[in-house]
Design a protein around this ligand. Structure first.
Ligand SMILES: [Zn+2]
Length: 373
């Protein structure tokens, strides 16, 4: 894990301080942070900690911190080194040589939920591919079903281009019907793609997010998760491709509760995310919704200044200020990207459940404890 690449959340809220005064300041910062509700998953059950922070009692706060530490190792709690991390934008190309796959069931999923992260990682050196599991045959405009498929396919190609991705792989399962397919078939196709493209990092739907009613979302997520296989699985593939495993996964979800352990800064990439959503003309919710709204209002003799005076500005500003922000929960079923960033001092951000490599404690233990024989 490239620890230097990320600003740990503990640093953001000032955990790594030493003097009692600084420690109390940390407590208060953490308390403020907890009030936002964003960290509810990360610090669930730490009410004693919050109370201590609020009281300003240092002894009580120290003992509450120990309680929190115990809680982190409780078997029902999340993985013990699963910390909330703020991943900031980086200079240069620190990810040079790495490969990512942005995997979506539908042409709009990656632009809506992860357009900022994909643009950021590509800018920082990743090579990337877009994989779409359905053909979107029940989604969006077209005088026939076949025309909708073609329109969505063209939109997907455009999205990939805008986000800087190399190529689109369409698996073409029927839209909203992917659960009719044996999941092992989808998993095997992912295993092959992971090996062929040597994918290190995957961005897709959280396989275990509750209350997403779209089978294309959760089946895609679960097939991806199951494609985390050993080197000897699907041995016939190994005549054509080398064994290869994914080491990092960023999971997003829509609606419902979500495990969140990573806030990704996308401030420099939000405009690229907007443009990727403008490419989704066939099924929206971005596309040309802004210019259509502008026209509807004009028919009633009204105008929204934020939509500007031409269609291009209306489409861009609608996505940036209405879809990604003001009316995000209604239009995207996820909180505003601006509000997600706010508690972390970021202008725009996306949120994820990140699963990365597990750090070994053994090397450090050997260095400290091994004796000569
Ligand atoms: Zn979708």
């Amino acid at each position: 894990m490239r620890a230097e690449a990320f600003k740990r959340h503990s640093e953001v809220i000032g955990e790594a301080t030493s003097s009692p005064k600084e420690r109390m300041s940390t407590m208060m910062n953490r308390k403020d942070f907890l009030k936002t509700g964003l960290a509810a998953g990360a610090f669930l059950g730490s009410s004693a900690y919050i109370a201590a922070a609020a009281s300003g009692d240092q002894n009580q706060a120290a003992s509450a911190e120990q309680d929190l530490e115990k809680y982190r190792f409780h078997p029902l709690h999340r993985f013990s080194n699963d910390e909330l991390v703020t991943e900031r934008e980086q200079q240069g190309r620190p990810h040079e040589g790495k490969v990512l796959a942005a995997i979506q069931p539908h042409s709009d999923d990656i632009p809506i939920f992860a357009g900022g992260l994909v643009a950021k990682l590509i800018r920082e050196g990743y090579k990337g591919y877009l994989i779409r599991t359905t053909n979107d045959d029940s989604a969006g405009r077209g005088s026939t079903r076949a025309e909708s498929i073609l329109n969505d396919e063209r939109d997907t190609e455009e999205v990939a281009k805008i986000l800087g991705l190399e190529k689109v792989y369409n698996l073409n399962y029927r839209n909203h019907n992917i659960d009719e397919v044996n999941i092992k078939e989808i998993t095997a196709r992912f295993v092959f793609l992971i090996r062929m493209l040597k994918i290190d990092t995957i961005i897709t739907y959280d396989p275990w997010a509750p209350y997403d009613n779209n089978p294309d979302h959760y089946i895609t997520g679960r097939a991806v998760e199951a494609a985390y296989t050993g080197r000897w699985d699907y041995p016939e593939q190994l005549d054509a491709v080398e064994p290869h495993s994914v080491s990092e996964r960023y999971y997003f979800t829509r609606r419902g509760p979500q495990y969140i352990n990573r806030i990704v800064e996308i401030t420099s990439h939000v405009d690229t995310k907007v443009r990727a959503n403008m490419a989704n003309v066939t099924q929206g919710p971005g596309g040309n919704s802004g210019s259509l709204l502008r026209r509807r209002l004009a028919e009633k003799g009204l105008k929204l200044p934020v939509l500007g005076d031409d269609d291009q500005t209306a489409d861009f500003n609608y996505i940036k200020h209405i879809m990604l922000d003001l009316d995000s929960e209604n239009l995207r079923l996820t909180p505003s990207d601006r509000k997600v960033g706010e508690p972390f001092g970021l202008e725009w951000a996306e949120r994820y459940y990140y699963r990365g490599p597990i750090r070994s404690s053994l090397d450090e233990y050997i260095a400290k404890n091994a004796v000569r024989i």
